[in-house]
Design a protein around this ligand. Structure first.
Ligand code: G1P
Ligand code: ZN
Length: 543
């Protein structure tokens, strides 16, 4: 085993986005690409020497090869120890938990989340801090700066390290501890939720289907839902993780998890269904005959979380990303809780959670989580729903319609225009930005614009400011349109248009979202010229 220094040169475009660095797998496999970025991570965090890290990924193509490189680079840079999930696998929330539980200096998560996997698809690398949460912008900026000046990286020349069995080996002075990826996570879930009560629910014949989408949650779901909670074998669908996720997008939404949606809308519908994404941090919640939007899910969870033992003491506050619907705001108001509005991306919740100012957080993009880790958590959200269903004895549909009766309904939809020409998309946003000052008072299909601005966030904990976080247009009746460009796409630009309308007339709570939103949808195009700029007549994905 010999430590070598390989000379390299800066590679363009290694700027971490909403959630780490994501690129095509072949880009990551290119000469020095991964190595440069890992060296930049070490440089960005002040070196790896003497530190302990967690390492794991969602099992996608290149996961284990990348893990071997990262381990050899950690050893060469003097890290004391790396705790690795068996076969280099850890769900993102499980990695966050391990980072915290073992009081490490942070961790590296290999994933491109809900993006497809495979040699022609996507890969990603993200650094999480000692609190278990994604590195904040000042740290990712330092990493990016390091990628621009890098001239070499350190790596150990050695055989592959065996990651297939639990135990500790020593590699050039560094401990590599291979752990069961599921065990610690399950123990945490048992602390937070009433497993006896959920088990009793399943014992009544309650039927659930959980679609693991051939991604990382398969082993977690088999262990928790089937083995510990007694759901019948077969309750977990697509539970075998595959490097290409079976060739599909491991994204739990009505488009990519359509078979599950069809199931709950059909004659043989289970009582409850859910899905999670590539790395296990997203969730989709369904009941017999009903799809729960992520924004509504956050609101229902906020209103009922106290029914689960881990939250029996109540919530310190709630937080949502700016484009997420304002359904949770109504719950917070009724319960007298603080409600924070943050930019898109889980990293912005970290400070609020660390400071004890929020307990529950969520994003419209199928992300919900709490202060138990510093990532969103798919299986956790499913368990909280199960705990609430078991406690109230209500069906998902009843729970949701009771919620709307109490708080009103925030109709909501997101329209995505994918792989749009990047220059045209940014021209569109620039043009919108230029119009903001004139929009208030103007009339569109959805009514008169009350306010229009570009969202900037002043973090109440560390006082940092994040600008240009999306354009918000609010109408006099409380409807809202948000425009922003994705920070996770890998091809061209993805334009996201978030549409929301509030309704509290009890006779109008059960319309189709697209119908209830039709005027808002028309207004979005009138205001931004989506068709003219993108050349698209319809969105690629509606969620
Ligand atoms: C998307 C979602 C965002 C989420 C992120 C990582 O980011 O919109 O809510 O935090 O993926 O899962 P975007 O592509 O919009 O920048
Ligand atoms: Zn994810």
């Amino acid at each position: 085993m010999e430590k070598i220094t390989v000379s390299s040169q800066p590679i363009e475009g290694q700027k971490p986005g909403t959630s780490g660095l994501r690129k095509k797998t072949k880009v990551f496999m290119g000469p020095h690409y991964l190595e440069n970025f890992v060296q930049a991570i070490w440089n960005g965090i002040g070196g790896a020497a003497g530190k302990t890290f967690v390492l794991g990924g969602d099992g996608r193509y290149f996961n284990e090869r990348a893990a071997q490189v990262i381990l050899r680079m950690a050893a060469a840079s003097g890290a004391a120890k790396v705790i690795v999930g068996k076969n280099a696998v850890l769900s993102t929330p499980a990695a966050s938990h391990l980072i915290r539980k073992r009081a490490t200096d942070g961790g590296i998560i290999m994933s491109a989340s809900h993006n497809p996997g495979g040699i022609d698809e996507d890969f990603g690398v993200k650094f999480n801090m000692a609190n278990g949460g994604p590195a904040p912008e000042d740290v990712t900026d330092r990493m990016f700066e390091a990628t621009k000046t890098l001239t070499s990286y350190d790596i150990l020349e050695t055989q592959d390290i065996d990651l297939s069995a639990v135990g500790t080996t020593r590699v050039a002075g560094m401990d590599v501890e291979v752990v069961d990826p599921v065990e610690d996570y399950v123990a945490l879930m048992e602390e937070l939720f009433d497993f006896d009560k959920i088990r009793a629910l399943f014992a009544t014949g309650f039927k659930m289907k959980f679609d693991a989408m051939h991604a990382v949650t398969g082993p977690y779901a088999h262990e928790i839902f089937e083995r510990r909670l007694g759901a019948p074998v077969g309750s977990v669908l697509n539970g075998v993780p595959l490097p290409d996720f079976g060739g599909r997008h491991p994204d739990p939404n009505p488009i990519w998890a359509k078979p599950l949606v069809d199931l709950v809308m059909g004659a043989d519908a289970p009582d409850f269904a859910a899905a999670s994404d590539g790395d296990g941090d997203r969730n989709m919640i369904l009941g017999r005959g009903v799809y729960v939007t992520p924004s509504d899910s956050l609101a229902v969870l906020a209103a009922n979380a106290h029914l689960a033992p881990g939250y029996a003491g109540g919530l310190a506050g709630v937080a949502r990303s700016m484009p997420t619907s304002r359904a949770v705001d109504r719950v917070a108001e009724a319960m007298g809780l603080d409600c924070f509005e943050t930019p898109t991306g889980w990293k912005f919740f970290g400070n609020l959670l660390d400071a004890g100012r929020a307990t529950l957080c969520g994003e419209e993009s199928a992300g919900t989580g709490s202060d138990h880790v510093r990532e969103k958590d798919g299986v956790w959200a499913v368990l909280l729903w199960l705990n609430i269903l078991a406690d109230t004895g209500k069906s998902v549909a009843t729970l949701l319609s009771d919620h709307w009766m109490t708080y009103g309904r925030n109709y909501y939809s997101r329209h995505d225009y994918e792989a749009v020409d990047a220059a045209r998309a940014s021209d569109m946003i620039d043009a919108l930005r230029g119009k903001l000052i004139d929009l208030p008072g103007q009339k569109f299909a959805a009514g008169i614009v009350e306010s229009a601005d570009e969202f900037a966030y002043d973090d109440p904990v560390d006082n940092s400011r994040s600008e240009r976080q999306g354009i918000r247009i609010t109408f006099e009746d409380g409807s809202r349109i948000v425009f922003r460009l994705s920070g996770t796409g890998t091809v061209g630009a993805t334009l996201r248009v978030y549409l929301e309308a509030y309704e509290n007339n009890s006779d109008k709570l059960h319309a189709k979202a697209e119908d209830a939103l039709s005027d808002i949808i028309a207004s979005a195009d009138q205001i931004a010229g989506i068709k003219a700029y993108t050349g698209r007549t319809a969105p690629d994905v509606k969620t």
